[in-house]
Design a protein around this ligand. Structure first.
Ligand code: PAF
Length: 281
């Protein structure tokens, strides 16, 4: 099995992509922070259906972590990631040196509106989307892919990236991949490793409660009531809820008559979990 080519500099990445372009090949980028799981691999498989060459970027982006967050301890499993990507026959891993993303004197700061200020993740992680938008803008500009794939699990992040790409006229098609779940419904996340076995068991309640709320909403239940019921069930199970909100699926503003989404963030012990579910309009 061939290991993916591993590139560490923008110069090398651009030369590689230019070569592919000369051959008329379509290029996909799957941005990640490593600690790869089936959720990431499902994006790689989706990319494979729509592109000839796949770049997976692996970069634990310091600017999207607040000082009290887990940048230092975020799982780093590079060798295992490379082996998984070799199995998927990924052509290229871009694991940039930090200085390729944030060279000395780097001064850019992106001010975001729209879905980045919807009052969901941004209320609890006020600098998170600035870090994400900065690194994603850099990765897209460095790799110039035809398509870029992100998971729907981080639904607000996906909305922010779609808006970033539209507002900057970046010539890339952003594709959202469905959330991949454990058999009991827990959404795959690199941070699930932080859960104790008891917490891991309880964590499945998040998806179950979202599904119940979804059924109630589709049966015409008042949105406020459905959200309050879901919150109280989660609280009873031991979650500390940051938010559980019913929103428009594109703007993440107040829900209207179009497609909507229920989004939740809640802590179980010290681990913060997020999830969401679609509600057809
Ligand atoms: O979702 C992630 O893993 C990260 O936020 C991303 C999009 C790779 C940016 O660092």
């Amino acid at each position: 099995m061939n290991q993916p080519l591993c590139l560490r500099t923008v110069v090398d990445l651009r030369a590689q992509v230019a070569g592919w372009r000369q051959q008329g090949l379509r290029v996909a980028l799957v941005p990640t922070m490593g600690a790869l799981h089936d959720g990431h691999l499902s994006l790689v498989r989706l990319a494979r259906q729509q592109a000839d060459r796949i770049i997976v970027s692996i970069f634990v982006n310091p600017t999207q972590f607040a000082p009290h967050e887990d940048f230092g301890s975020y799982p780093r499993t590079f060798d295992q990631d490379m082996a998984l990507l070799a199995q998927e026959q990924v052509e290229c891993v871009y694991a940039p040196l930090a200085t390729e993303i944030y060279p000395a004197g780097f001064d850019l700061s992106i001010i975001l509106g729209g879905p980045a200020t919807a009052g969901l993740e941004d209320r609890f992680r006020p600098t998170f989307f600035h870090g994400v938008a900065t690194v994603v803008a850099k990765l897209l500009s460095q790799s110039a892919p035809d398509i870029a794939l992100f998971g729907e699990k981080d639904f607000q992040q996906l909305a922010v990236i779609r808006k970033l790409v539209r507002d900057l006229d970046l010539p890339v098609n952003v594709i959202g991949g469905p959330t991949i779940r454990e058999t009991d419904g827990l959404a795959l996340s690199s941070r699930n490793v932080y859960l104790s076995s008891q917490e891991r068991h309880t964590a499945a309640q998040i998806h179950a409660c979202l599904q119940e709320a979804r059924t109630a909403l589709l049966q015409g239940e008042d949105a406020h009531k459905a959200c309050e019921e879901a919150k109280s069930q989660l609280q009873k199970a031991g979650f500390d809820i940051d938010y559980l909100e019913y929103r428009d699926a594109v703007t993440l503003g107040p829900a209207g008559s179009g497609a909507c989404r229920l989004l939740v963030a809640a802590k179980l012990g010290t681990t913060r979990l997020i999830d969401n579910i679609g509600i057809e309009g």
